[in-house]
Write a protein that binds this ligand. Sequence first.
Ligand SMILES: C[S@@+](CC[C@H](N)C(=O)[O-])C[C@H]1O[C@@H](n2cnc3c(N)ncnc32)[C@H](O)[C@@H]1O
Length: 309
Amino acid sequence: MTKATEHPREWPMTKATEHLRGRLAAKAAELRRANVTAGDELAVSEQDVFGGFAARVELCGAVVAEIGGAYPTSLIERHGVLKWYSIDPNRASAIFGSGLHEVLAVRAEETPLPDASVDAVFSSNAFQFLDVAATLAQVRRILRPGGLLYAHFGPIWSAVDGHQLEYVRYRGRDLQFWRDTLLPPWAHLAYQREELRALLRTGLPADLADLLVHHVHDSDVINRLFFDDYVTTALASGLEWVQIAASTHLDYEIVPPAFDPKLRRNVTVPGLTATVSRQRGRPTLLGIRDVLMVLRQPSGSPTNSPPNP
Ligand SMILES: C[S@@+](CC[C@H](N)C(=O)[O-])C[C@H]1O[C@@H](n2cnc3c(N)ncnc32)[C@H](O)[C@@H]1O
């Protein structure tokens, strides 16, 4: 599996538009309760995400858990961190920096750290791969009172490229969504499984078309959560909501192969939003592809107290 740390610049998180600001302002009460804002300050790389984290959390002497990835030990050392755990099932367990930095090859959902043992949790571009409810339950368990979760995540199911084509190998090469734009915009939401297969087979080898259909509809790489689902899950986590910022920005061009135009859908965001909202039985916001989520362990509250109703 390709490690995202090899290409952190490819994870776009930039300014949201006034359009998004307006849509967010008009969104359902749940989002207003969550104080969702347009993400003017969203970062553009893992290091930028870390910069935002370091600006909010006193790292000197802190115990930190990182979810999804293994931030470079040399950069951690500069901040006087006491202990940094990197939790990622696709990395090898290891200890760096004379014990300062420990990589735990486990899923975030099964974090083995003790209750109330970390001062902060950091995550860059990983939440779209996780069971978010199970992960937030672990965050709630391991954070000390007042401790912060700072999670910045990338393309999600609500986005035009929410299929997140990554961690898929074809003929000896890892496919990457920003370079291999093999799927038309909104392909994951606008086409049923067999419709998508039929379309893709008109412009791609059949085995590649099948691989893409499997990734979009059946693989366990991505969690297929909509932006609204993250909000709902966070509100129910028992952690206090500090901030969520969201951006629709797309910083690469989607140029799919020349598929049979007769099989291509003319997708509009309002039309697709109406369809998805109807299918889900509730208003669903489409377009958001980058999110900053900051949650806090309630001060003085035991970690095993019940989550929000
Ligand atoms: C796109 S990479 C991000 C890596 C790095 N944080 C960055 O920003 O470049 C996503 C990472 O999440 C990890 N991951 C996937 N599922 C996970 C899980 N259940 N628990 C923890 N990490 C997971 C992957 O192994 C991968 O290293």
